[in-house]
Design a protein around this ligand. Structure first.
Ligand code: CA
Length: 228
C-alpha cells in the first residue's frame, strides 16, 4: 500500500517550495527532487501516492521519467509544463500522465487537481461494475484494478482502465467522447475531445501490442468509439 506522500520533481526551488507549502498545509507529505536523474529509482522505491513532474529537468526530462514510471506503476502523475501550447504536443505523445498544469499556476489549483485525481483513483467502482469482464482474451478485474490479455498484465493508467471498462460493458455499442469522459473522470471536469482521443490512442496501442496487432477499439467518425 502507498502512504500519502507526493513526490515533486521540480528543479526550480521556488516553485517546489510553494507546492510543498500548499500540499503540506493540505495534509500531504512531500518529497522534492531537484534533478531528474534519480527520479525513476526514487519513485520505484518510494511507492508514492502521487507524482508531480516538471517537464524540463536537469539529468532526465519529465517525458522520459513519465514513460519509465509507467513501465512499472500506475501512480497518478500530474505534469507541469512551461507553456500552454506544450500541452497539445504532450497529448499527442504516449506519456501516460493523468493531467497537465501550465506554469505559472495557482498553487491551490494544483492542490485541487491532486485531490480530484486521487479521489478518482481511490473511488470504489459503482456497484454492478465490480464483476470480472472477459472479452476476446481481454480480462478486467475491477476490484484489483488489473487488466490482462491472456497471461500478460497490461499497465493501464486509471483513466485508460475506466475507458476500457466502459467500452467493455457493452461490446459493439458506440460511446461518445462525452460519455467516455463522464465515466472515466469521476468528477464534473470537462476535458477536450483531444484528451479523450489521446487516452484512447494509448489504450489502443497497449492492447494491440499485447494482442498481436489486432485492433479491437474502433472509431465511428463523428460519433465516438466502440470495442468489437
Ligand atoms: Ca524545470
Amino acid at each position: 500500500m502507498t502512504d500519502q506522500t507526493i513526490i515533486i520533481v521540480e528543479d526550480e526551488d521556488k516553485i517546489a517550495q510553494i507546492l510543498v507549502d500548499y500540499l503540506e498545509k493540505d495534509g500531504f507529505k512531500t518529497r522534492v527532487l531537484n534533478d531528474g536523474s534519480d527520479a525513476v529509482a526514487v519513485i520505484k522505491a518510494g511507492n508514492p501516492a502521487f507524482v508531480i513532474l516538471d517537464l524540463m529537468l536537469p539529468g532526465k526530462d519529465g517525458l522520459s521519467i513519465c514513460r519509465e514510471v509507467r513501465q512499472f506503476s500506475s501512480v497518478p502523475i500530474l505534469m507541469l509544463t512551461a507553456r500552454v501550447d506544450e500541452i497539445d504536443r504532450l497529448l499527442g505523445l504516449e506519456m501516460g500522465a493523468d493531467d497537465y498544469v501550465c506554469k505559472p499556476f495557482l498553487p491551490r489549483e494544483v492542490v485541487a487537481r491532486v485531490r480530484t485525481i486521487l479521489r478518482r483513483v481511490n473511488q470504489p467502482p459503482v456497484s454492478g461494475t465490480r464483476d470480472i469482464v472477459e472479452y476476446r482474451g481481454i480480462s478486467l478485474f475491477p476490484d484489483r484494478f488489473l487488466c490482462q490479455v491472456g497471461d500478460e498484465e497490461l499497465d493501464l493508467t486509471p483513466v485508460e482502465f475506466r475507458m476500457l471498462q466502459t467500452l467493455l460493458s457493452h461490446p459493439g455499442r458506440v460511446y461518445s467522447r462525452e460519455s467516455l469522459m463522464r465515466s472515466s473522470y469521476h468528477d464534473d471536469r470537462v476535458v477536450s475531445d483531444r484528451t479523450i482521443d489521446s487516452h484512447i490512442k494509448n489504450l489502443r496501442k497497449k492492447l494491440s501490442r499485447a494482442m498481436g496487432d489486432e485492433e479491437v477499439i474502433h472509431s465511428t467518425y463523428g460519433v465516438g468509439y466502440k470495442i468489437e
